[in-house]
Design a protein around this ligand. Sequence first.
Ligand SMILES: [Zn+2]
Length: 61
Amino acid sequence: MGKIIDCNKVNPASGCSHVVRGDTEEELMKNAAEHAKEHGLEPTPELLEMVKSQIEEEKIA
Ligand SMILES: [Zn+2]
């Protein structure tokens, strides 16, 4: 089971419904940094801390 970050929860103002996934926290944070760039955001330590606080366990529906 992987981990996810709901972009909309990190940055509700973005109106983005993308969910970043990763099998490990390391992979997840790498993917999140890539996704931040799609928003024109620099993956700064501050931004990554904010992202990290929103990590959730992926639920199998
Ligand atoms: Zn997004």
